[in-house]
Design a protein around this ligand. Sequence first.
Ligand code: NAP
Length: 250
Amino acid sequence: MVICMLSGKVAVVTGASRGIGRAIAVKLAEAGATVVINYNGSVEKAEAVCKEIVDNGGTASTYQCNVSDFAACEKFIQDVIAQYGRLDILVNNAGITKDGLLMKMSEEDFDRVVDTNLKGCFNCIRFVSRQMLKQKGGRIINMSSVSGIMGNAGQANYSASKAGVIGLTKACARELASRHITVNAIAPGFIDTDMTEVLSDNVKEEAIRQIPLGSFGKPEDIANLSVFLASEQAGYITGQVIHVDGGMSM
Ligand code: NAP
């Protein structure tokens, strides 16, 4: 069994008010990290995640920041460093969908998805990396998707953003490797969250037919890998895209 001890580490998880980000925040805190729970609009849900962590003996705080806003991300990361004095782990998890067929997709829906899912990762890495370079170490984990690997009809914007996350991950991994900062991406398949809850029963059934393990994953499936990638034990893994999708993309 791998023991992942993150005591003394400070972690930022974007989009941690719900779903996968929430599970990652809870598991990082269970492993001993101090966790900053970022959210955009769901203040009550973010506070509830924070309370759950603190009630279980962990350390956490919440921070509202729209990750697509470059200047807001600079202030966000500066504030975290001012509060905790260090920053060791960044999980770029915040993401949205605005699905639609190519011929009907608006410019706004394309831009909003790319701005949140791809530029949001860049914005946070941009400011976190300065601190990690000073610390000569760090862990950056970016949330990609099976849609970024295989493509998905109706998700030109989302698939492009998630494929972009893979390129961003590899470029940053090469740039930051000499300072022992690892950068990896996780590519989840279909995971039970608000994001997939809205899919019709037909779409869900068709998706399950394509998943060798025969079911949607749970947010904890992604959180378990995130904790490992954030740990000392994962120090020789960088620039990788790890698929957690029940075998869907093999
Ligand atoms: P979710 O349940 O819809 O939660 C999305 C989270 O992102 C929320 O915490 C939300 O905050 C936050 N968020 C959205 N826009 C934001 C912004 N501009 N700034 C800051 N935070 C923002 O989604 P999920 O299913 O957990 O997905 C998490 C990540 O995994 C996403 O990147 C998604 O693309 C990826 N993923 C999910 C699946 C899946 O099947 N669920 C599969 C592959 C990849 P608020 O609550 O404040 O709005």
